[in-house]
Ligand binder design. Structure first.
Ligand code: PHE
Length: 347
């Protein structure tokens, strides 16, 4: 009788364990059969009530069954663990023969390249860098630069006003005022940065960049201006570039000059090899590149300097214009469209 129930128990266990599909289910089976209240444990208890002559044989059968159940549970657990391992391996499979993904390499924007180059030349000459705010007040952008309200020169720079008194600076010249208000000569400064004018076509952008420069000391002469700018232009452009100074006017410099360089395309000849007028310099052979002059005594008075004791020069240049001439770019808007085909060409 007992022997039969052992067989039934074994068969039942075998089909149960075949169905056990997870480690938890197998663990539950272990408790169900071998636990303190388990089916096998129950049989072991009944064992004591058997007549002594039946005990050895049945005891052995019981022990074998327990061993069998234990082995089976262990084996099933191993199977399930292995299956899980294979599932994970499959799910996380990596095809190491696939080509790798490349890092996208960024490039420095052409304007930054040119700006850095300009700054480098001046740093080498002993200039230091100063910066001013993009949003200026009327006083620093115009008035202290000798452009009183209603001065016609204000029209040269179509201005974006933020409020009655605040505006987007139309040039970097207000940095001259801000530095001189704070410090005493000798000064040898450049002021790079963004400027804003209400202007928008192939050669004008509402936002562009300038580098301002100025030098103030007790005996600064126009020849110093010529020397510094000629050296600068030959460093940034070509060592043999022709440079010419033309009389001009700015309210904040006296005398004032505009500086031209020999055309980089036709090299000053003014025409193409086919005899057509050069399209870059429009046949003149020269390109305007800088505004400059000796700082006006009125400007010195505004910042509290004595014009009888100090003199100085100042200049300002457009970074986009220099970059366009240097690289032969015909439309200023290309700088700001972020077209990678354009930007990738510079390094
Ligand atoms: N600020 C002038 C401009 O933007 C350039 C300039 C600077 C001219 C310094 C003379 C001296 O046109």
């Amino acid at each position: 009788m007992v022997r039969e129930s052992l067989e039934t128990l074994k068969d039942e266990f075998l089909s149960r364990i075949a169905e056990g599909a997870s480690e938890e289910e197998v663990e539950r089976l272990r408790i169900e059969y071998l636990g303190r209240k388990g089916k096998l444990t129950f049989l072991f208890r009944g064992f004591k009530e058997l007549p002594p002559e039946e005990r050895p044989e049945l005891g052995e059968a019981l022990n074998r069954l327990r061993q069998f159940v234990e082995d089976r549970l262990e084996f099933r657990l191993g199977e399930l663990k292995q299956r899980e391992k294979e599932r994970i391996l499959k799910a996380e499979r990596v095809d190491i023969t696939l080509p790798g993904s490349r890092w996208e390499r960024g490039r420095i924007h052409p304007l930054t390249l040119v700006m850095d180059e300009i700054i480098d030349v001046f740093l080498t000459m002993g200039f230091e860098i100063a910066r001013g705010p993009d949003i200026e007040d009327d006083y620093h952008n115009f008035e202290a630069l000798n452009m009183p309200p209603d001065h016609p020169a204000r029209d040269m720079q179509d201005t974006f006003f933020v409020s009655q008194d605040r505006l987007l600076r139309t040039h970097t010249s207000p940095v001259q005022i801000r530095v001189m208000e704070q410090r005493r000569p000798p000064l040898q400064i450049i002021a790079p940065g963004a400027v804003f004018r209400h202007d928008d076509d192939a050669t004008h952008s509402p936002m562009f960049h300038q580098v301002e420069g100025f030098m103030v000391d007790s005996h600064i002469a126009f020849s110093d201006l010529k020397g510094v700018l000629t050296h600068f232009l030959r460093q940034v452009l070509r060592p043999e570039t022709g440079v010419r100074f033309r009389p001009s006017f700015f309210p904040f410099t006296e005398p004032s000059a505009e500086i031209d360089i020999q055309c980089l395309l036709c090299e000053g000849g003014g025409s193409t090899s086919e005899g057509q007028p050069c399209r870059v310099c429009k046949g003149t052979g020269w390109l305007e590149i800088l505004g400059a002059g000796m700082i006006d005594p009125e400007v010195f008075r505004f910042v509290g300097y004595n014009p009888d004791q100090v003199s100085g020069f100042a200049f300002g240049m457009g970074v986009e214009r220099i970059a366009m001439l240097k690289y032969g770019i015909e439309d200023i808007r290309l700088f700001f469209q972020n077209d990678l085909r354009f930007l990738r060409q510079f390094s």
